[in-house]
Design a protein around this ligand. Structure first.
Ligand code: FAD
Length: 327
């Protein structure tokens, strides 16, 4: 039997884990992503032009942390931790209302990455020989003996991305488009605020309840372990939906809500906003992936909750099943 070839479109954690699983069976894998760096929503930006001593420091602007529950993903987490790429952060988050803190809540152990969560996907992708980016894929068309990705033939394809992005690549009458049709996604805005010095009572992260403006705040200095006075706030979906064309116009509301929630006594010296049009799926799917013999679908919508571990598991399970069926 000749070597099977699969294109993986999307180099977020689900696409990279699918590619690694496929390659472990000897499948030839080409990973394509439109971004300049792999990682997708495990996104990290470097502070530039802040005028503060923290210029050059990275901040997580997508996923805030990760958790692990299943043994297979815990093994990946343990490997990152053993090599210093990941650190146990906290199992206790604060809770706030619109006017300030109301208590603390214990939960699972949250992990953070000193070099940002993107570095974890980069670590996994380092084992893949053929990762091509930036490369925006435009069409995925079935042919008699497989599939063409922008005209290049493969035996099968993995679409590892939010449903609206995957649907854009498929013909309207493709069966996979029908599988994706009911998925709805929510937007979020991420506010990064850097201060001259710490000016709030200590906390690691905070769920903000009863606010349509801010959902969640993380202390990025405590998360990363360098104590830099940098906060990251994620907006609610309603606020984001109203400001997708002009995220900067949401800054006054977000800054005020952030100040009240954490109890900051000074204004940030620098801030910036990032838009996520497709931040999280609104309705998680009951199965871990979809594969019809040619088109595989995976990502954080495939399972629940929509998180890093779910995305990794979805890609990992799909990759193993695809490799077995293609053989
Ligand atoms: C603001 C925010 C906060 C979050 N907080 C947490 C958290 O605290 N904990 C947690 O566990 N999870 C969190 N998440 C969710 C977590 O980030 C995701 O579950 C996970 O990263 C999804 O990975 P994925 O591979 O499924 O998709 P993605 O990371 O979205 O990857 C999809 C990839 O496909 C690429 N792509 C899309 N279209 C094309 C195309 N046409 N051609 C080529 N490439 C294409 C994109 O560039 C992207 O790299 C958060 C997400 C956001 C946005």
């Amino acid at each position: 039997m000749s070597t099977r070839s699969v294109a993986v479109v999307g180099a977020g954690i689900s696409g990279v884990s699918a590619a690694l699983a496929l390659r472990s069976h000897g499948v030839e894998v080409t990973v394509l992503d439109r971004a300049h760096r792999v990682g997708g929503r495990m996104a990290t930006r470097t502070l530039r032009g802040t005028g503060l001593p923290y210029d050059g420091r990275v901040v997580d602007v997508g996923a805030a942390y990760l958790t692990a529950s299943a043994p297979a993903f815990q093994a990946v987490v343990d490997s990152w931790a053993a090599r210093g790429l990941l650190r146990a952060w906290t199992d206790t988050f604060h809770v706030a209302g619109p006017d300030g803190r109301t208590g603390v809540v214990a939960g699972p152990l949250r992990y953070a990455a000193p070099a940002g969560l993107r570095s974890l996907v980069e670590d996994l992708a380092a084992d893949l020989p053929l990762v091509v980016h930036p490369r925006e894929v435009e069409t995925v068309e079935r042919v008699a003996d497989g599939v063409e990705v922008d005209g290049e033939r493969f035996d099968a394809v993995v679409l590892a991305m939010p449903a609206p992005q995957a649907t854009d690549l498929l013909a309207a009458d493709d069966p996979a488009a029908a599988v994706l049709a009911d998925q709805r996604w929510e937007p979020t805005l991420t506010l990064v605020a850097a201060y001259d010095e710490r000016c709030w009572p200590a906390f690691d992260a905070m769920f903000v309840n009863d606010s349509v403006v801010v959902d969640f705040v993380a202390d990025d200095g405590r998360r990363r372990g360098d104590d830099a006075p940098v906060l990251v706030a994620h907006s609610g979906a309603v606020l984001a939906a109203g400001h997708l064309d002009d995220p900067a116009s949401a800054a006054p509301a977000l800054l005020e809500a952030l100040e009240h929630a954490v109890g900051a006594t000074a204004k940030p010296a620098w801030f910036d906003l990032r838009r996520w049009s497709l931040a999280r799926p609104r309705t998680p799917l009951a199965t871990a992936y979809s594969f019809d013999g040619v088109v595989g679908l995976c990502g954080d919508a495939w399972g629940a909750p929509p998180r890093v571990e779910t995305a990794w598991t979805s890609g990992h399970d799909l990759g193993h099943v695809m490799a077995t069926r293609l053989a």
